[in-house]
Ligand binder design. Structure first.
Ligand code: PHE
Length: 360
């Protein structure tokens, strides 16, 4: 075989081998190695070009042109492969299926709303209806109709936020005139009890309702006070309702809310709109009644106000207090939630801190 033939064969073999290897290469770094092998200074093609001087001028032209053409072809192939590989590499970086998914926050009920729903569900199960009333209320429903007449000391205990410019304290007149005047004084309700009045005015007994809602008092916020808070009111009016119905209902309710083993106690108390009135305690859910920091070593937690609806209240809404009797109760939802979930500060319910809310 002449040198010419030999060199042409070598060039063809190089082209074949290089093309194959470039086609199969799977990484940029391996491709770089192939570039050095086939196109670098010590590459076979270059060695061939160095032997050109041993050929005749015509032969030189043939081999030279062929070698250069192959060189160009391989360079092009490498460039193509390179862009192919860097593309797939980029894609891999954008979608890495092995990464954990992004966390999306799903909104959920506020713990206070959750507890309100839970409590309402319980009373719905007993046949009660859920009703509501306005947060901006008139003095007459918040106080007067609830047997809290003008100048009754209970008014000042309520730390009322007034919406009207003039309040009862600036008015003068007879008792009846002042009672009428309270229909024109607007305030933010200090409890949910005005919903008792509103409901009785539009419905006839028998009547079993619960009324959850926001209430307002002029309190400086601290761990146990908030100027905005929630109450749930309960009212049952029918023929023959007795104090033992009230006891049975609240005992069932509190055991369901806290623990079947909880003990419930009624302490004589005073509310203008109930007679007799009681404050209701449940055995401490932290220590079980032995005495601890939460129950201040008494073994008991005060959770509710309750009593038999005062005849004056029934008469005020046009009910015959000789025929109908009823009981009423009111509870602070934040207080119940703090006890149930072991929350030390009422302000946590109003700060909307996700770290807190996420736990419910
Ligand atoms: N309204 C009373 C309060 O806010 C609670 C209560 C409601 C007491 C119904 C007796 C009956 O303190």
């Amino acid at each position: 075989m002449s040198l010419l033939e030999e060199l042409i064969r070598s060039i063809d073999e190089i082209k074949k081998a290089a093309s194959e290897e470039i086609g199969n290469v799977a990484s940029i770094s391996d491709l770089e190695k192939l570039r050095v092998t086939y196109l670098g200074r010590k590459a076979e093609l270059n060695l061939i070009l160095r032997q050109l001087k041993e050929l005749s001028p015509e032969e030189r032209k043939i081999v030279g042109e062929k070698a250069n053409a192959v060189k160009k072809e391989l360079e092009e192939k490498i460039r193509e492969k390179e862009s192919q590989l860097s593309h797939t590499k980029e894609k891999k970086e954008i979608v890495d299926f092995s990464l954990p998914g992004k966390k999306y926050y799903v909104s959920s009920e506020h713990p206070i709303q959750k507890l309100i729903n839970e409590i309402c569900e319980f009373f719905i199960g007993l046949g009660y209806e859920v009703v509501s009333g306005p947060e901006a209320e008139i003095d007459y429903y918040n106080f007067t109709a609830l047997n809290i007449p003008p100048y009754h000391p209970a008014r000042s205990m309520h730390d009322t936020l007034y919406l009207s410019e003039s309040t009862l304290f600036e008015l003068e007149g007879t008792e009846d005139e002042l009672r009428e005047a309270t229909r024109k004084i607007a305030l933010l309700r200090t409890h949910t009890s005005p919903v008792q009045i509103r409901t009785m005015l539009r419905k006839k007994p028998p009547l079993f309702i619960v009324a959850p809602g926001r209430c307002y008092r002029r309190d400086v916020p601290d761990a146990t006070h908030s100027p905005v808070f929630h109450q749930i009111e309960g009212l049952a009016v029918a023929e023959g309702i007795s104090f033992s119905d009230l006891k049975g209902t609240l005992e069932l309710f509190l055991r369901n809310l806290f623990s079947q083993n909880a003990r419930v106690r009624f302490r004589a108390s005073y509310f203008p709109f109930t007679e007799p009135s009681a404050e209701v305690d449940v055995s401490c859910i932290i220590c079980g009644g032995d005495g601890c920091r939460v129950c201040k070593d008494t073994g008991w937690l005060e959770v509710l106000g309750a009593g038999m609806v005062h005849p004056n209240v029934l008469e005020e809404v046009g009910y015959d207090s000789e025929k109908y009797t009823g009981f009423a109760f009111g509870m602070g939802v934040e207080r119940l939630a703090m006890l149930k979930y072991g929350i030390p500060d009422i302000r946590l319910f109003f700060e909307n801190n996700l770290k807190f809310l996420e736990q419910f």
